[in-house]
Design a protein around this ligand. Sequence first.
Ligand code: SF4
Length: 175
Amino acid sequence: MSRPGVANPSHFDNPDPRFPFPHSPTPTRCQTEPATFDFANGDRTGKTRAATERRLARARRACSGCPIVTDCLKWALVNRDLTKVGIFAATTPGQRIALRKRMAERLGPDWIDVLADQDRARREQAATARHNPLTISQARIVCLDREVNGPMRRPLTPAQQQRNLARLMAGLKAA
Ligand code: SF4
């Protein structure tokens, strides 16, 4: 079975233009070892079932370390006709069918449009943030939030707590 190359998503017919295939900073494993990612439901390409399972496990491990796995999964889910075979983002064709069903249950039958709208809103928000950088007071609050709510290596000392409180009050006063 030959799988169209993820390396060249433009080779696919009619991918949804709202979801461009994600760019990877480095070649992905499905580009360098495409045969590992071949799979159709009922696939028996390995000499034994165990051999096929081992190959699938290798593909899944590769996907789990891939820098674009999240966007790859979204691309594979929205481009149903183009991903009827193959492993994409560690999922088999059967698993993607189940995931699409769950998306439709969660977001409604037009879930692809909902995802496209969410993506567009995110891009617009990012563009706005680039043009309207945070004020010093807002930046202080963000910094404080990260320190207090982010992963903490050790409990805050009383001095740090005092400093944070002072920053918070100053930020809130100026905001
Ligand atoms: S997540 Fe897997 S299928 Fe998707 S680009 Fe990465 S290696 Fe390829």
